[in-house]
Design a protein around this ligand. Structure first.
Ligand code: BES
Ligand code: MN
Ligand code: MN
Length: 462
């Protein structure tokens, strides 16, 4: 497929400009202030699929933000690839840490991306990666090389838990029928060493509220005589890990799938440089669960992290006060065989149990999902590996990721098909952080690699 290279070279500027237009719309699903922008983005995605050559595209309404669905059928007897992606993005804050405004995309060179990277919220997660599929599809239509049927399902609520997508999938299993699901919403090791994500962690996300006195109190008049909810919350959170950084919630590890020594040896073969890792994050040392190395701690082991904590006075100067309430948002990343609803229950019981007299505790679950692992001997995995080998010159390495795309496990349950995670982002692309970016190299390489996946998938399916 030398043609795709030519096509990408010829249309490169347009591909970049189209993505830039998409990135200008602030489709932040978590913040209702942006709801019109999220809806506008759905329309823009719909238009791009129509233009690229879908037979028909529709906006499917849900109880939340809509799902953009499109399809191209060339022959019902041929296999069908279902492409999933998301057009919503994470909130851009803290704004002051961006070197250029998050919704005014700009191309800048970096050490890792000497040919330039597009800086904007959503550039890598996931608008840029999702749009690679639209452009790869455009190429296959234009060159008459689309070897099978395609369905696109692009949602607008991934960053807030895909709650309505779940219902949509459950209600539309026939419409969404496919032979393989293809997603670019993960990363790879480096621009020299591609990798294919073979695992995602599950997730349980909860919010806790600790209440002490019925009103904020003078910290001199009452300090020492009543429970301070912030002190108590801090102590309760600290107790959730022991001195070895194991999680102390009873039953938490009960169903955790332990890897064999062979599997751990295999994992350790993926290139990893501890010094570079520390340098990239400006850390004087690493941290984590005893008995596991960094690459295991962030992929095959479950974790518990506070994502936000607040309460009391945080304004300028000092105010002497004991707050009535303290809050925290906590995420637990889960591994295969841990059920997120069971874990949410275990957390709720334990957190309520350890509350001392003098406070009351409320736990509110937000969202969650199961983890996912996929074998490397499937047709889909092999096709992806053949595609990467051709465009990068080296085979891809299978890697289990620490991130979560909770809907993937549901796809397998409802649609009975495997998901192939062909991610083109890099860890240094700063997804969810200020200055998120996506390499031009990665964007174009993705567009070049995706048609090869289709080609090999269809060949291997014969
Ligand atoms: N694309 C990410 C997940 C991801 C990134 C997986 C890199 C592997 C490598 C996705 O958009 C995401 O951020 N997921 C959330 C979960 C969701 C329920 C909010 C996450 O992992 O925090
Ligand atoms: Mn994503
Ligand atoms: Mn994300």
């Amino acid at each position: 497929m030398e043609d795709i290279k030519l096509y990408v070279t010829k249309h490169k500027d347009r591909f970049i400009n189209e993505l830039i237009e998409l990135l200008k719309i602030p489709s932040v699903s978590a913040d209702t202030a942006f709801s019109q922008d999220v809806l506008d983005t759905a329309e823009a995605v719909k238009a791009s699929l129509e233009k690229a050559g879908c037979d028909f595209v529709e906006i499917c309404e849900t109880a939340g933000y809509p799902i953009v669905y499109g399809e191209k059928t060339i022959d019902p007897k041929l296999p069908t690839v279902l492409v999933y992606g998301h057009y919503d993005v994470q909130p851009a804050d803290p704004l002051e840490l961006w070197t250029s405004p998050p919704f005014e995309p700009i191309i800048k060179k970096t050490e890792i991306h000497p040919e330039g990277a597009i800086f904007a919220r959503g550039s890598c997660d996931d608008k840029g990666q999702m749009y690679m599929h639209v452009k790869a599809f455009e190429y296959m239509i234009q060159s008459n090389t689309l070897p099978c049927n395609v369905k696109f399902m692009i949602e607008g609520e991934e960053e807030v838990g895909s709650v309505n997508l779940k219902t949509f999938v459950e209600n539309n299993t026939e419409k969404l029928k496919n032979d393989v699901i293809l997603i670019s919403d993960t990363g790879m090791i480096s621009n020299q060493q591609p990798s294919i994500t073979t695992g995602l962690r599950g997730l349980s996300y909860v919010e806790v509220e600790v209440t002490g006195p019925n009103r904020d109190l003078h910290s001199g008049l009452y300090g020492g005589a009543v429970a301070n909810p912030i002190n108590v919350l801090a102590k309760m959170i600290a107790s959730l890990h022991d001195e070895n950084n194991h999680i102390t919630i009873p039953g938490f590890y009960d169903n955790v799938q332990e890897l064999s020594l062979e599997e751990r040896v295999e994992m350790a073969k993926a290139p990893f440089n501890l010094d570079n890792y520390k340098k990239a994050l400006n850390l004087n040392d690493i941290y984590g669960e005893k008995g596991y190395v960094t690459n295991e701690r962030n992929s095959i082991r479950p974790t518990l992290d506070v994502n936000g904590i607040w309460g009391g006075y945080t304004g300028e100067g000092a105010k002497t006060v004991i707050a009535s309430k303290a809050f925290a948002k906590i995420s637990m990343r889960l591994v295969p065989n841990q059920d997120w609803e069971v874990i949410t229950d275990l957390f709720t019981k334990h957190f309520t149990n350890i509350a001392p007299a003098g406070v009351t505790v409320k736990v509110t679950p937000h969202h969650g999902g199961q983890g996912y692992v996929t074998p490397i001997d499937s047709i889909g995995y092999k096709a992806a590996n053949m595609a990467y080998t051709e465009t990068f010159g080296v085979p891809a390495i299978p890697v289990r990721s620490g991130g979560s795309i909770p809907i993937v496990a549901l796809f397998e349950k409802e649609l009975k098909s495997k998901t192939i995670l062909m991610g083109f982002g890099l860890d240094s692309d700063a997804i969810h952080s200020p200055n998120e970016h996506f390499g031009i190299f990665n964007y174009l390489k993705g567009i070049e690699t995706i048609p090869l996946f289709y080609k090999y998938f269809v060949e291997l399916s014969k």
